[in-house]
Design a protein around this ligand. Sequence first.
Ligand SMILES: Nc1ncnc2c1ncn2[C@@H]1O[C@H](COP(=O)(O)OP(=O)(O)OP(=O)(O)O)[C@@H](O)[C@H]1O
Ligand SMILES: [Mg+2]
Ligand SMILES: [Zn+2]
Length: 504
Amino acid sequence: MNLALYREFRPKSFDDVVGQDYIIQTLKNQIKTNRLTHAYLFCGPRGTGKTSTAKIFARAVNCTHSTDGNPCGLCAECVALNEPNTDIVEIDAASNNRVEEIRDLREKVNFPPLIGKYKVYIIDEVHMLTDSAFNALLKTLEEPPKHVIFILATTEIHKLPATILSRCTRFDFKLLPINTLVEHLKNVFSQKNIQCDEKSLHLIAKAGEGSVRDMLSVADSVASFSNYNITIETAEKVIGLSNKDSIKNILLSISSNDTAGLFVNIKQALGSGKNIQVLCKEMADYIKNLIMIKVGVSDYAVLDILPGEFASLADIANKFDINYLKHAFSKFSGIELDLKYSLNPENLFESACLELVDTNSVASPQPTAVKPQPTVTKPAEKIETPKQNQPAQVETKSSNDAERLWGNVLLKVKENNLFALSNALKNVNKVEEIAHKLFIHTNDQSSFETIDNPDRISVLLKMANLFDDSLIAVEIVYDKDSASTQDIKDNLKEVFKNKIKFKE
Ligand SMILES: Nc1ncnc2c1ncn2[C@@H]1O[C@H](COP(=O)(O)OP(=O)(O)OP(=O)(O)O)[C@@H](O)[C@H]1O
Ligand SMILES: [Mg+2]
Ligand SMILES: [Zn+2]
């Protein structure tokens, strides 16, 4: 059974919103002193309370008996606005992103509200609007009718034009610290009568990675699996986190050059169906903690550990040289994404561990994550051993090489079911490699906008690096005018080898 805790526990008043204290206080003050502005921008990571806060605010500005800025929930306005109504309009820009929809909105804003004083438009995922839709919205934002308030919400603030940003009062929602998440989870579990020990609370909260919604989704799965009586064993099983002991054992076998023990420990860590990517992330987090302890951090919240764990971690930290830990940290965090796209992630993880065994026997390990620089001599072993599936490295790549590489990248994108990216990449019409950078060109604006996203670009670079590790960047170029009729004609002529004629 799925409880959908995150739906059930959507905050109903400002006081239910956890962790965003500064934002909530400011909004309440504006309501109490009636100093509202006509456009707000709520930005920040997923599942941190943007939409919930927008909905509360929309009711609070209309409530006639608000207490401390909160909507009372009882007055005629609150009651009416709790039902489906035309005064609080929620628009999902992801599916209504065209200029026509915004024009339609521009006409409708002129009608006065039916229930309260204000009509509130909540435009969610506003970064998905097209350029022309943004322009249309801008006109409304410049001179909105007095009875209208806009709340724009987005996880991708960098995609909004400066003209929009400058017209909004901006609030940055933050990821929540682990302690706040633990407290919130405790509260939710006690209301639902779900038993959970302290360790598991911490584990579930951590799996949320700062997002309340993600944490509650994980909590849902763990609660159902454990039959509402959560123990650390059931929590670990569902979350797939490797427990700290197996991580410690892997690390200790690496540091003592115990290769046989290393394989056994990895097998054990993965034994109960744990995900290798999660294991790798946990290794990196664990090593990061050791580094922090070594440099003198002792605050539990910063270290992200439970009280009582410090002494044993400090013991382990003492066994290692700080440079070795830094090297190991960069190794494990460096392969996290590769694991996701690797055909054999277990081998990749094991080979990373083995490299660490090797470097452990050398006096001062060199980080391997750095890109080859002209002045740096590569370690001999790297030059002698040609890598599998990888073309020999040359300084200047011919356009054929770049295209072959691109073909491989496209296959990887497809293989990994990255549908949106794969579709957008269909409109790439040229690739070239210059100075270890791969430039991909498109003349299709919407494909350009899809690809031009730091996460997607980083995925493309990781994939391209699987075939050519000398590449240092992937850049998407929008060739606005390159789709001239002449170009298209030339292309067709090229393909049909002059078997085609155009009327001039
Ligand atoms: N700050 C918070 N306090 C309490 N609950 C929260 C908070 N943030 C998120 N939640 C929980 O997560 C659910 C989703 O939150 P909400 O829709 O407000 O997030 P969001 O920031 O708009 O996310 P997205 O960027 O994905 O749209 C809520 O129903 C609630 O259960
Ligand atoms: Mg939202
Ligand atoms: Zn009210």
